[in-house]
Write a protein that binds this ligand. Structure first.
Ligand code: DX5
Ligand code: ZN
Length: 222
């Protein structure tokens, strides 16, 4: 799956920017509160408007404090997936329950320096694991290959039936980095600047998908 991140899109033309990537599986929406991360982006009213403006399922990535309070609203707005940060949630199991009850998939994200081991039990209550491959807060940063160990561990836990999550990666994904992420076992690739910085965003989505499919087919053949 490819999830273009509208963080790198033109915020004054969000409907057109969504329409520019009809082949996207999810549209990734970075919600930042200026506290959990130093940057500030958009919130629920914009997500509600975007939900009405596009048929592409929304993947809301909440980089906010107290997601316990705010996450269910994003699910109620019709998002397909709502991801909260492990480092920010007060009651991670409770948030997952509330997100699911409001009709969305529940995602848990870990920052680059957050160990996966501490969250494996909690992830049993989640549908998505979002591995951050940059420090959250800004688009266009350099990919951190060291997080791929977490992807490999998650892939193994999923393949052996210990977890049932979509493994998603976010940060620095491009033509140069997507193959190593695919080989490590990622299911869903977020890409901001690599899609919206391209002359033809839809072609960029398809090129990334082809590269990921080729790299993971190679993986399955051993
Ligand atoms: C960063 C955001 C990402 C960002 C990725 O904190 O969570 O979703 O949009 O942008 P690129 O793909 O440019 O690294
Ligand atoms: Zn994101």
């Amino acid at each position: 799956m490819i999830a273009p991140s509208i963080l790198s899109a033109d915020f004054a033309r969000l409907k057109e920017e969504a329409d520019a990537v009809p082949g996207a599986d999810w549209l990734h929406v970075d919600v930042m509160d200026g506290h959990f991360v130093p940057n500030l982006t958009l919130g629920l009213p914009v997500v509600e408007a975007l939900e009405r403006a596009t048929a592409i399922p929304l993947d809301c990535h909440l980089m906010i404090n107290d997601p316990d309070r705010w996450a269910p609203g994003y699910a109620e707005a019709g998002s397909r997936n709502v991801t909260v940060h492990a480092e920010a949630a007060h009651d991670p199991r409770g948030v997952a329950r509330d997100i699911r009850a409001a009709g969305a998939l529940a995602g848990l994200s870990v920052k680059p320096r957050t160990a996966l081991e501490d969250w494996v039990e909690v992830l049993r209550d989640y549908d998505t694991l979002l591995v951050m491959s940059v420090e959250p807060g800004f688009g266009g940063q350099k990919f951190m290959p060291e997080v791929l160990d977490k992807v490999r561990t998650a892939r193994r836990l999923v393949d052996t039936g210990h977890l049932n999550v979509i493994v998603e990666i976010d940060g620095g994904i491009s033509r140069d980095t997507i193959e190593q992420a695919a080989e490590a076992g990622v299911d869903c690739f977020v890409a901001g600047s690599a899609v919206y910085g391209a002359d033809d965003p839809e072609r960029a989505v398809e090129a990334l998908r082809e590269q990921a499919v080729r790299a993971s087919a190679h993986l399955e053949q051993g």
